[in-house]
Unconditional design. Sequence first.
Length: 158
Amino acid sequence: MELHQRKEKRKKTRKEKLRKANKEFLLRYNWEWFCTLNLQKESDYPMAESKLKEWRINMGLKNHILIAYMGVYNTIPQPHIHLLALGKQNRFKQTLLTLNHKNWENEWSSLTKSQAVIVPIYEREGVASYIANKNLPWDKSELIQPYNKRLLVRAMVN
């Protein structure tokens, strides 16, 4: 085997190990929503974080709910965020799964002039695989700063 082929094989093996570790990490949480939050073409990572913060604050106040999330900012084919989110049950006994996610989509759209798609999660395995395998090309993506680490720790499965 040529030196180049051995290097490529090691590189592929490292990527597979990283994908598997990321998937296992994501499966440690009881995610409630998978969000695809599109951005305008000129948007960069700092703008994505800023819009995400504004959206989270606005909707958290409107719905009286604390949320936590992790995600990926991706530039292919256009700037967008893939977010895994969970919420702490509010005083009205609501969670993200019982809230109207269309209101959250509409808020994102009015804030960014871009489409949002939020899908409730009832099967974590597929979502974790999708994020780990399809949305972490390291040269084209960046991890979103996790939000509400205290809630994330309390929501861990394992």
